[in-house]
Design a protein around this ligand. Sequence first.
Ligand code: 5AD
Ligand code: SF4
Length: 447
Amino acid sequence: MKPSAPPKTFRVKSFGCQMNVYDGERMAELLGEQGITPAPEGEEADLVILNTCHIREKAAEKVYSDIGRLVKAGEEAGKKPLIAVAGCVAQAEGEEIMARAPAVSIVVGPQAYHRLPAMLETATQGGRATDSDMPAIAKFDALPQRRKRAPAAFLTVQEGCDKFCTYCVVPYTRGAEISRPFKHLIAEAEKLVEAGAREITLLGQNVNAWTGEDDKGRAVGLDGLIRALAKLPDLQRIRYTTSHPNDFTPGLIAAHGEVDKLMPYLHLPVQSGNNRILKAMNRQHTAEDYLRILEQVRAARPDIALSGDFIVGFPGETEAEFADTLSIVDEVRYAACFSFKYSPRPGTPAATMDGQIAAEVMDARLQRLQQRIAHHQFAFNQASVGKTCTILVERTGRHPGQWLGKSPWLQSVWFEGEGAIGDLVEVELAEAGPNSLKGLVRHRATV
Ligand code: 5AD
Ligand code: SF4
């Protein structure tokens, strides 16, 4: 490739999970330190980072169509953007990307973002740079301090996965489980709060596997970290995602009943309601184990909103086994769920299992499952009507004078009247829709 002028503007496009959103923000801050600024809305950027997701085939293939679109848009605007591919596709298919997409100058895996400036230098000199090493914690130490001003912020506390569910690429793309040190996390949370965050969502592929040593040198789990964060006076709300049933501790369950700032919402994936399928998935828990945890969490915090992930059409799944998934959805009465068709991922054990399910069967099962999920979500929203709760205002609504925020149960709530992003507003939930609620303002507090 020909040498090019150093980029002045950038755009980061993050796909997939919230951990990518967090990484995308950190990369943006890093580029900011290099004097590269976000491209104005509607303008082609000099540098585009595609922060990719590899979890399902559709997500992974998207990167190639996006690259094609970027090249075309660049040609039309009379420029050639530097294209960097980051995230899990970069980790898993780095060489393939370099071979298939000559327009790409940089391939950078999720643990190597701090090396972006050096890679950019190579790229502007006309070279191509790849880095998909996995030295875990180094990335967090090397990234610049947080400068984010959003009221709801993400904080990655744990990365990676040692569980090896047979369908999943995460243990290969994000590597082994690592926990960031307690004191780094408290320091980063303090910075986020100073910069205006009122809510922090702790992120990790297995966030409840987080362990560390607190400021007194005591071994603590995620509940200890949550209790320490709850002491930050201006931090009002704490959430965490995603958890694994086998890492759920009595301490974390107790925290749900005892820590007011811990929001009454739990995302705990189960994937299937059938024990034979759970075994084939290598989940290492049964449907009953899962339900027992939810029962305990509900006992600690009766109003908790529950959410889960489901996969339909895992190899060999029979109609009766799928029906067990519908049953668990009815039994739990989730407030929200994510559901997916099984997607065979290269290199995972399930991809070569017998009994791969036909696409039409998966489509039909997904539709039936999503109907059940939508039914319970709407019922949960309807049951919230009449409750008074605090909304953290995150953005303006569709019409002037409308504001949008999240309830403690992570429902989207809109209201009319005066407001500002970052306000905590007490509303009465007045009307429920399938995906959002209308609130009537009772009291406003700017914190
Ligand atoms: N096919 C379909 N869904 C998957 N997930 C993970 N791997 C696959 C796959 N191969 C889903 C799981 C997980 C969520 C993040 O993505 O439900 O919890
Ligand atoms: Fe993937 Fe299973 Fe690990 Fe979750 S627990 S990231 S589904 S391997």
